[in-house]
Design a protein around this ligand. Sequence first.
Ligand SMILES: [Zn+2]
Length: 205
Amino acid sequence: MVDGPYWVEFRGLVLPRPVGGHPALDFVNTLAGWDDEPVGSEYLKSYAHLAAFAEQAGLLDSASVAALRRRATSRPRDGEEILVQALALRSRLRAVLLEPTDQRNLATFSRLLRPALAQLHLVPGDQPRWDVGGGLERPLSAVAWAGAQALTTLDLSAVHACPGHECGWVFFDPRGRRRWCSMRSCGNRAKVAAHAERHRVDQPA
Ligand SMILES: [Zn+2]
């Protein structure tokens, strides 16, 4: 399989290219075409995709993700349910990242976080660290925690949505220089379209 401008192969699965600048933003970008009806391109096609994404984003280690994927094959319904919760969390996360002052969205997101973060605990050490704990819920908790951290630590005025056709990916752009999710994908498509448009204009009637 050859990687595309929007996606990469990871652990045998197709996942979106990480361009968001934060794991929570890349989680949002596991759907493309946010403004499309009825729905855009879904990358999280299964529990395995969700788990692999958590590994790709650096939220979970490869050994635990491999174990989770093995375990999920014998509990497909549980995996499916966790995936559904992750997708609900994802759309609220995008909404609050782009409009953090919207109280209703924030309250809904907050409510969705609670069960996902129920297993969150500190692991002792010289420098104690967070662990999301849990069984099959681990990848859901990991993306929920990443989302909560992004909301409370990122400068949200620097989070933008790509205006590209069938895109809507979000990205962190503190320097305010980016218009597209990436120049390699939407930026390039816009360039090609502009080029074609110029040629049309230049053609003698
Ligand atoms: Zn884009």
